[in-house]
Design a protein around this ligand. Structure first.
Ligand code: GLN
Length: 199
């Protein structure tokens, strides 16, 4: 996006909490648009994949013909941030997916869906993440996944006190198992926009 005044960010808006991401991003950058159709990918400088239900998002993104060109664009370097279901959509491998669930396969991780079970399926916790600054991140988990395994080129940005990995970055792809967009936490969106500006 070299030379452009303001990056254009697309938020995948087929399902889930895309409105919250659009609101968070609009605080930081002027040009934020919903992404629903394959022809809208061209001209984007970055993409956000929201939280929601990954199996539904997967089906809709394939039905709308967005999944394949979006995966190709991300593999080609398009900066991308996924939260929760968005993290699942990005992951190369998932455990406890529904039968036939696909992903965009752009992040070298194995992610377990609904990793915290029914007892503890939603919770909030402050997690130190030195990459994002001294202040811990207030992380809101809602039927969240965890990263069970990751390749050597994946950096861990955040983990729970028991060591379970919940935020990662691999090149231009950033992902968190929790929802900064509902917590008034803008440092993940800022980090994503830094990736966009450097790309
Ligand atoms: N459990 C959901 C899924 O599997 C993710 C939940 C969320 O995005 N808050 O897609």
């Amino acid at each position: 996006m070299a030379g452009k005044a303001s990056p254009r960010i697309g938020v995948l808006a087929l399902q889930g909490d895309f409105r919250e991401h659009i609101a968070s991003l609009t605080e930081l950058v002027a040009d934020v648009v919903p992404l629903r159709r394959p022809e809208e990918i061209d001209g984007l400088d970055g993409v956000v994949i929201p939280g929601g239900e990954s199996s539904v998002m997967d089906k809709l993104s394939r039905a709308f013909g967005v999944a394949e060109p979006l995966g190709a664009a991300i593999r080609g370097g398009l900066p991308t941030y996924g939260t929760c279901a968005g993290m699942i959509m990005l992951s190369a491998r998932i455990t406890d997916g529904i039968a036939g669930q696909h992903t965009l396969d752009v992040l070298d991780t194995t992610v377990r869906r609904n990793a915290f079970g029914n007892q503890n399926d939603s919770f909030e916790i402050d997690i130190p993440m030195p990459d994002l600054g001294a202040e811990p991140v207030h992380a809101v988990f809602i039927r969240a996944p965890v990263v069970e395994q990751h390749g050597a080129s994946v950096d861990v940005i955040g983990a729970l006190p028991d060591g379970q990995v919940v935020a990662v970055q691999q090149g231009n792809v950033l992902a968190s198992a929790f929802h900064p967009e509902v917590a008034g936490e803008d440092r993940f969106h800022r980090r994503f926009l830094d990736i966009v500006r450097r790309a």
